[in-house]
Design a protein around this ligand. Structure first.
Ligand SMILES: [Zn+2]
Length: 95
């Protein structure tokens, strides 16, 4: 399994091209991947996650931020498909 190689941030039609430095997930009962972030977009993405949680688009748990270098694929819960199709897409649509 491979993680996305780009930051999840996008605005209008512009997708951030910077390789991500952080993995953002939400922990409720399980861990849900919500997006990737470069150094620059960590704050806007965190803000976006809070907004999505407020709208109940994603689980309303604690936001976890992991430095990408420390993450092994064994730690990732859920499938790549879930991540790509659901959470990442929601982030893109809502930015
Ligand atoms: Zn970015």
């Amino acid at each position: 399994m491979t993680l996305p190689r780009k930051c999840s941030f996008s605005k209008l039609d512009t997708q951030c091209d910077i390789p991500p430095s952080y993995i953002l997930s939400v922990i409720e009962k399980e861990e849900y991947l919500v997006g990737m972030s470069c150094l620059e977009h960590l704050e806007p993405i965190k803000y976006k996650i809070k907004k999505l949680q407020h709208n109940h688009s994603i689980p309303n748990g604690k936001i976890k931020i992991e430095n990408i270098k420390m993450v092994s694929t064994n730690c990732i819960k859920g499938s790549q498909q879930d991540y790509e199709d659901v959470y990442s897409q929601r982030l893109r649509e809502n930015f």
